[in-house]
Design a protein around this ligand. Structure first.
Ligand SMILES: Nc1ncnc2c1ncn2[C@@H]1O[C@H](COP(=O)(O)OP(=O)(O)OP(=O)(O)O)[C@@H](O)[C@H]1O
Length: 313
């Protein structure tokens, strides 16, 4: 579907090395107008470095980034006008209120008071407009940073870990604002995140990064159907059993069982036919299950299968 849409950001063979550290190591990426894209990966994957090169804050050692056919070297002012960004840690002036802070940034763009009140409403900070920034919660600070990024109605929004460190409710509030933007405007967004739930919920395109490279990219369904097969049974027992006693059929993809910790994971092609056989073994051996979870495969399973690590390790 996106093939017909304009490519708004093109990253070609981009590298950024810091001495021997290959922070970004040969990335190609095309982003279409109106697309929400997640750069998902663990600490040190290169997400911030990549997004900062798209933001013009860092320059690549190699390769090319073009945004609507323009580049940071020759079209800085035009790019500043169409991009809104929120860095990993936004520093505010503590003893300015929310309203004063937004007015300050609105002044840089020559925007009206009407615009500031529209943004206060959009990021749900109307009730906090007289509160000093220093007294805001983490979630409210992030929403203020998002409000500043949205002041000039950017076509492209670049967010570096907009919900890291927030509790689930505060995270959800940020997601609601971003979904509202997606439904009401044609904003293109790139966000970096460690959270697979955030990438899956918000973004149609998920780019999985590791060690400066893209491991895989696509929609959630594409990634899962292409790279991870089966369904998982995660279990824990009250007493030990030999791994050899667990049922093996042609439908089993993988069995992991830790005899010391009495827990394991079985990946199977057909959960409905396998589960009764597994429960029979539990019963025949007079064992009790202390936990049992049957689940679909996730992006974390994909990441483990490709790197041997969890996304959040
Ligand atoms: N200015 C710098 N000097 C030296 N090394 C750097 C610099 N900036 C980043 N790096 C290194 O480059 C690698 C990628 O860092 P980057 O911050 O882009 O990763 P990230 O995926 O955003 O991680 P996080 O999720 O922790 O923010 C890391 O190994 C980091 O230590």
């Amino acid at each position: 579907m996106n093939n017909q849409k304009e490519i708004i950001i093109a990253v070609e063979q981009v590298k950024k090395y810091f001495k021997e550290v290959k922070a970004v190591d040969g990335i190609d990426l095309k982003i279409h107008a109106g697309e929400y894209v997640a750069l998902l990966g663990p600490n040190g994957a290169g997400k911030t470095t990549l997004v900062e090169m798209i933001e013009g804050i860092q320059q690549p050692n190699h390769g090319k980034i073009s945004i609507k056919g323009k580049n940071w070297k020759h079209h800085q002012d035009e790019l500043h006008r169409i991009i809104g960004l929120s860095l990993q840690e936004t520093r505010f002036i503590d003893k300015l209120s929310v309203l004063e802070t937004l007015n300050l940034f609105a002044g840089f763009y020559g925007l009206s008071k009407g615009k500031v009140s529209e943004i206060l409403d959009l990021v749900n900070l109307e009730e906090k407009k007289k509160t000093w920034v220093v007294n805001l919660s983490g979630g409210q600070r992030q929403r203020l940073a998002l409000g500043i990024a949205l002041l000039n109605d950017p076509e492209i929004l670049l967010l570096d870990e907009p919900t890291t460190g927030l509790d689930p409710t505060a995270r959800r509030e940020v997601w609601d604002i971003l979904m509202k933007l997606k439904n009401e405007r044609n904003t293109t967004m790139i966000l970096t995140t460690h959270y697979m739930e955030e990438a899956s919920y918000l973004c149609e395109k998920i780019v999985i990064m590791h060690s400066g490279k893209i491991l895989a990219q696509g929609t959630l369904d594409e990634l899962l159907s292409k790279h991870v097969k089966g369904e998982a049974i995660d279990f824990a027992l009250d007493r030990s059993i030999s791994k050899d006693d667990l049922p093996k059929t042609e439908k089993v993809i993988k069995i992991d069982y830790d005899e010391d910790n009495l827990n394991g994971e079985i990946i199977v092609e057909d959960l409905v036919s396998y589960l009764p056989k597994f429960l029979d073994v539990v019963k025949q051996n007079n064992l009790n299950l202390t936990s049992l979870e049957c689940r679909k495969m996730t992006l974390d399973d994909l990441f483990i299968s490709m790197t041997g690590r969890h996304l959040n390790d």
